[in-house]
Design a protein around this ligand. Structure first.
Ligand SMILES: [Zn+2]
Length: 151
């Protein structure tokens, strides 16, 4: 190996090391962001539970059986739980590095678009994730809305 080649190799290796460190930082930030969002939604659920308790207590205490729309409250809680499941799944996916994956998991500083917050979606469920492109599809879908593959 001549001197020039040696320096070229050195440069390449340093470049690769920097990229790997950068990837690890991105991965760390992505996961922190997702964990933070999960904590936020868990607090939202706790607040709904608390409000529900106060509502039922107040009604009972006043001799009433009118607890309001309990179905809507349960739906709200379930949507948020589904959202947490989707967020947790994304963390598992980021942690499971599979070099054989055709489409690698992208690390982002934002919550990915396909994991919608329940506030913005009436029909959130636990998404069916596409094995090919990792897009989250509505629970009722049979094919991926992004790449068209059968789910
Ligand atoms: Zn797909």
């Amino acid at each position: 190996m001549d001197k020039k080649q040696f320096i070229e190799n050195l440069k390449t290796n340093i470049g690769n090391t920097v990229n790997t460190v950068g990837e690890k930082v991105n991965k760390f930030i992505s996961i922190k962001k997702l964990e933070f969002e999960i904590g936020k939604v868990k607090n939202e659920i706790d607040k709904i539970y608390k409000d529900l308790g106060i509502k039922i207590y107040t009604a009972k205490n006043n001799g009433s059986d009118d607890f309001g729309d309990l179905d809507a409250i349960c739906k709200q809680i379930n949507m948020k739980k589904d959202y947490i499941t989707n967020l947790e799944r994304q963390i598992v996916l980021i942690n499971s590095e599979d070099p054989m994956r055709e489409t690698p998991v992208k690390y982002t500083n934002e919550i990915p678009d396909f994991i919608k917050h329940p506030e913005n979606s009436q029909n959130i469920g636990v998404f069916k994730f596409c094995a090919e492109c990792n897009t989250g599809n509505e629970p009722t879908c049979d094919t991926c809305k992004n790449c068209g593959k059968k789910i």
